[in-house]
Write a protein that binds this ligand. Sequence first.
Ligand code: 13P
Ligand code: SF4
Length: 327
Amino acid sequence: MTFSALDTPAPQCYIRRMSNGDLIAEIARLKKERNAIILAHSYQRPEIQDIADFVGDSLALARAAQSARCDVIVFCGVHFMAETACILNPTRTVLLPDADAACSLEASCPAQDLAAFLEREKEKNYFVVAYVNCSIGVKALADVIVTSGNAERIVSAAPADRPILFVPDQNLGAWTAAKTGRPMTLWNGACHVHQLFTRDTLLSMKEKYPNAKIVCHPECAEPIRLLADHICSTEKMIPYCREAEATQFIIVTETGILHRLRKLVPDKEFIPVQLGTCSCAECEFMKLNTLEKIRNCLRDMAPEVRVPEDLRLRAAAPLERMLELSK
Ligand code: 13P
Ligand code: SF4
């Protein structure tokens, strides 16, 4: 029996996917061609953090985006972060490798619901503090923006004669109210990843690692926060763990930060908080970005994040107020 060339199936090796090494080289070439930088949040995949020009928490990323002098910002994070970059640095092209990278916390506070609430409660004259994990529409309705890294400082500076409405994260809001002694009306929002942690799991981990310190993000609910030795933003976990006497830490937030902690504090041990049935906490939105999608977005200059100019101007004011107050 004979085979013609058409009968012969293509050997698998001809259709293999590019290796990470090939992708990284192509990204470097495209970055140069486009005069681009890559900003990455600490929850991004390790291989993305490793090729980023800058890795940080929401506050550090907002500052980096504002001062970026390149033509293109590839924002490896979720949509509201890329949108914040557009608001703060409108003359750059901002690319988000996966346009579906959303945020459950942002989704828990639609701008029209907040606008309707503020209209209903007009006589209260709320001072609106918005966690940066929200849409441009919500930012435009806020008096000031906060991140988990500066919420305490910014809320302490809020006018004493006005009641505070904190949106959208009730957990960060409650933690900030306790830290500052400023009572607040809290929006009923939360992050679905940080809501997954349970006291039982954390208590059994503490039993297994009795010398470990529990470090938790303020997006966690109060029963979890009460078990923590230290509560802080992802960025502040690094100096805390470096400077603490302890050598073992149970990290209660999205697992991406463990890559940074292990890289920057190599002599200590970091244990991700366990979940009931699955092994660790991953934000599926954060993990949508991949090296391949970064290559594609630089090649195609899409998906691009754009914002309407009138809304941008309204959202820029409370964001710039935040950056000014947290200098
Ligand atoms: P920070 O980066 O400010 O710690 O916030 C974490 C977060 O949930 C980002 O979505
Ligand atoms: Fe949003 Fe939670 Fe994911 Fe952070 S971890 S991006 S708050 S869904």
